[in-house]
Design a binder for this molecule. Structure first.
Ligand code: ADP
Ligand code: ZN
Length: 434
């Protein structure tokens, strides 16, 4: 099923034309209503009249997370406060949060793109949708809520936490879809197994997972444990929240709602566009929003784009799985490591649970230390030294060949790594404190 067939299956030419018209309108609006953008454009010698088609986007300035901090809290709004009907904010790892303001029209767009996502997952009007993303400033809860409501499904606004009650209501109310972070889904899967309710008494069949990077291996694990089909949903506060992109049933990339959020890929170092299909930093321009439209926002997320028509009939561009944020990349003894690479290895090995933690530090000799802690499944966790040593050797070997680096591997007991109810924290980098 396709929610907005006209848009989602539009020809590439028509889409580009529409994007051009929308970009032009947005740039005009921002130039007149948002001083920081006006001065930046003036400095660069560009005016709204220079924007004639979507290809002119490269003439426009980039926006960074730092800009959002510098103009905290409302400096980048392009609408007067009287038209802003909602504020959301992202955690912002250091200091002040990043704020987003929405007009009523922006909220309608959020509902529309969300409904496209949920329709693509096969969720329908008769389905109870359990929203277990956190409600509040974080966009996860309210974003998934708007998606399910716009679609006409029945929303169960659980928010995160209260895990036993989540399982009880999932069972009693017959939730068909579960929307939460993949790491919370893992936790819920354990709780479901321990609940004593037989699996066949649950109606759950669709997972709507996102808000943090997750691998194919994690998908398989979740699908097996929960007995569902698990889909990716992508989004970020600065652009709108969850609903910027979604998978379809072919799960061959994440379709982007590019009639609202125009994507580009640039080299994270040089800021130059990369050749088609190549991996780089994802950049978005919002071309329909009024409250806080952003031009060429640097997401820091690493991915690549594919413009081929999908088997599902959608023509919208697809991005590959997000490798991680540039900021998530650890440089350990000179080697670049993404937590998602470690996850992919862990999920390959049947003896392991996908619960892990990376601990990086600097030793007295000034060399980095790199510890990988991972849980072993109950049935494989053994007191026999020989067995554990053998397992340890196999995993270490595999990690070495994928990462190009030998971690200090610690196999830990089942359930000993802290569970997450929102976005999982998988890295402790103690070097930053030194
Ligand atoms: P914060 O910056 O505090 O985490 P957000 O909730 O706005 O706040 O986070 C958005 C970010 O979360 C994205 O830029 C991306 O790094 C990550 N993210 C969201 N959805 C996904 C997804 N489906 N896959 C991978 N990463 C995702
Ligand atoms: Zn598709």
């Amino acid at each position: 099923m396709i929610w907005n067939k006209t848009i989602e299956t539009m020809s590439r030419n028509e889409m580009q034309e529409l994007q051009g018209i929308r970009l032009k309108r947005t740039v005009e609006r921002m130039y007149h209503n948002c001083e920081p953008y006006r001065s930046r454009m003036q400095e660069m010698g560009v005016s709204p009249a220079d924007i004639r088609s979507i290809d002119d986007i490269v003439k426009l300035p980039f926006t960074s997370k730092k800009d959002l901090r510098d103009y905290y809290p409302f400096g980048l709004l392009s609408s007067p406060m009287s038209e802003i009907v909602r504020l959301q904010a992202s955690s912002g790892t250091t200091g002040k949060p990043i704020v987003a303001g929405y007009t009523r029209n922006d909220l309608n767009i959020w509902g529309e793109v969300g409904a496209r996502c949920f329709t693509a997952y096969g969720i329908g009007k008769n389905d109870v949708v359990q929203v277990s993303y956190g409600y509040g400033l974080f966009t996860g809860g309210l974003g998934a809520h708007a998606a399910a409501e716009t679609l006409g499904g029945t929303v169960l606004p659980m928010s995160s936490g209260n895990t036993e009650k989540q399982i009880m209501l999932m069972h009693d109310f017959g939730s068909v879809a579960l929307a939460c972070t993949p790491s919370y889904a893992l936790y819920l899967a354990e709780a479901m197994r321990n609940s004593g309710y037989p699996r066949e008494e649950f109606k759950l069949k669709i997972g709507v997972f996102g808000a943090e990077p997750w691998t194919e291996g994690m998908r398989k694990d979740l699908e097996e444990k929960l007995g569902i089909k698990a889909y990716d949903i992508y989004g970020l506060t600065e652009i709108i929240g969850p609903g910027v992109g979604h998978e379809c049933r072919y799960q061959n990339g994440t379709h982007l709602c590019e009639d609202h959020f125009y994507p580009e890929i640039v080299d994270p170092e040089t800021s130059e566009p990369v050749p088609h299909g190549q991996m780089g930093e994802l950049v978005f321009s919002t071309i329909t929003k009024d409250g806080m439209p952003l031009l060429r926002f640097r997401t820091r997320d690493l991915t690549s784009l594919n413009y081929d028509t999908c088997e599902c009939g959608r023509t919208s561009v697809r991005m590959s799985r997000i490798l991680g944020r540039c900021d998530d990349m650890l440089i350990i003894r000179g080697v670049n490591v993404f937590p998602s690479q470690v996850e992919s290895v862990i999920c390959e090995l049947p003896e392991l649970e996908p619960h892990y933690l990376l601990v990086v530090d600097r030793g007295s000799n000034n060399l980095d230390t790199f510890e990988v802690r991972v849980e072993v499944k109950e049935e494989y966790y053994s007191d026999e030294m020989g067995k554990m040593l053998d397992l340890r050797k196999r995993i270490a070997h595999r990690l070495q060949s994928v990462l190009g680096l030998q971690p200090d591997l610690k196999l830990v007991e089942p359930r000993s790594i802290e569970r997450s109810q929102g976005k999982a924290k998988r890295v402790i980098d103690n070097r930053k404190l030194k």
